[in-house]
Structures are given as structure tokens and as C-alpha cells.
Write a protein that binds this ligand. Sequence first.
Ligand code: BDR
Ligand code: CA
Length: 309
Amino acid sequence: MYKRKIILDCDPGHDDAIAIMLAGKHEDLDLLGITVECGNQTLEKTGLNALNICQYLDIDVPVCLGSAEPIIKAVEICPAIHGESGLDGFDFPPLTKKFDERHAVTFIIQTIMNSKEKITVVTTGPMTNLALAMKMEPKIKDNIEEVVLMGGAYTNGNVTPAAEFNINCDPEAAYIVFNSGCIIKMFGLDVTRKVLVLPNIIQRMEKIDNKASVFFTKLMKVFNENQKKVFGFEGGPLHDPVTIAYLIDRKVCEMSFVHCEIDISQGSSYGRTNCDIFNYLKLPKNTYVATDIDVDRYWEIIESGIKKY
Ligand code: BDR
Ligand code: CA
């Protein structure tokens, strides 16, 4: 049976953790490795979180450390949402899993260049590792099936009125990737804000009663408390797994093919994903942007992902 080969580049992170869980055991996906960068927290912390998640969930793939800083901007982390550890709310058993020795950028380049089949790159953090890989070895672009990312918004941002956290962390990296000529699939706040982990969702997943459901429930309780404090949301938006859900079932989101430009002008819209949904500018289209999500289908995918553990 065909299995899509994917690399998951992330900065875990509560919702990144659920994306890893969803990708780790799905029969249609072949998770080749996890590459990590700074984002929600420092690289040291996001790296440890990725290792802990893989060890706890028995996901036996290489975990590679990558960029500790964005390309131009200074590091900006997000402890208000993800806590001091970057993944507050779950006590992992003692860690024995080790990092793969390769740098994330080396891993991305080697894996893509050595693959007979095209590889899908999923990013659920800033896009620094992928942008650097594209600059170090531009030939990888020819062997990328598509870049599937959580980031951006064509409506409002979540760190400035214009910008979403992942793109805002490293707008220049996003600029490089969006202008790479690769197929870009963007899942932004416009859809991820529709999939809120409301109390009934926590109860539903808790009932599954396995190691992944305990993991989901404990993490989401803390995630929700923080989302309530920062944004006033009753349930936190479960952003990052939308990427993986889309790879599992393309019907989960409606997509529109648009011209999208990343604002790197360093003004008040720095980091904005300017999506020309109405095609005002008649510029070449470079991005499939998610415009709607089937919320029920999404929770079914998450539920069946948890049941695989
Ligand atoms: C994004 O920012 C992070 O806090 C989440 O993990 C997600 O990737 C949402 O803006
Ligand atoms: Ca993330």
C-alpha cells in the first residue's frame, strides 16, 4: 500500500505534540524523521520535548536538532501558551532516547536527495530549517512533493494584528520557502481557529483511555488554561495537527489557489501572509491556502489517531 513519505519539522509545543502523535502511527504515512528548531521555546527545550514525545509514544524515528535562531530576527519564544518547558502539563518517564547526530538541515537535504520518491515536508513551527536546506542544496526543491505548513493567516494574526506566530518567528525563512517554486499548502489561523479543544472534545478523547489519550488530555488541559488566559478562548485551537489530518484525508479542508506574499518589509505587517484570495493583483499563484475545515471530520481523524496507540 502507498505510504506518503514525510519529514515533520516542528518546535514542540502542545499542538506539535499531537501532530507527532497523529503522524507517528498512521498506516498511510511513512514518517522518516522529525527535525526541530527554536520556536515555542529554545532549541534545547523543543528538542528535548520531541525526544520525550517519541519515546513515550514509541515512535522510532530519528530526531534531529536544527536552527537555534531565526535567519535574521532575534529568537522570540512563547511561554505564555506552552509554558517554561515548551510542553507544560505532562510528566515524561526518564529519557533514554538520543538525538540523531545529523543537523536537521543535513538530515532534510540527505533524506530528500537520497529518496527515489518525492518527499512531503510538513512544518509546524518557524520555517528556518527548511529555508536553510533549500539555500544549501537547491536541488531538494525538485524532489519535494509538497510543503504542508501550519502558519500564517489571511485574516488576523495572533502575535500582531497581521502576523501569526510561526511566520512571525522567521518571516525571511517563510519568504524563501513560499518563493521556492515548490507546491505550498498553507493551513493558517483562518481554519485552525475553528477547531477548538472544547471540554466535550477532551471528554471524548479521554474515554479512549490509552497512553495517547492520557497524553492528549493532560496536555490539552494546560493548553486550554493558557489559551483562556492569553486570548480568552474556552478551548485552544488545535493548530498543528491540521497539516497531518489533511495528509490523511484531503477532504478535511477546502483549499483555494492564490498568490501569497510574505511581508518582510519590517513595518507593522512584518510577517504577514498576504493571500490574494480575490485575485486583485493578478500575480502568479504560488500557494494553496486552506479556507475552511470540516470540524467533525477533523475530530474523527484525531480520535482514530489516538486509538492507534
Ligand atoms: C502556532 O504557534 C505555536 O504556538 C503553535 O504550536 C502553532 O504552531 C500557532 O500560531
Ligand atoms: Ca508549533
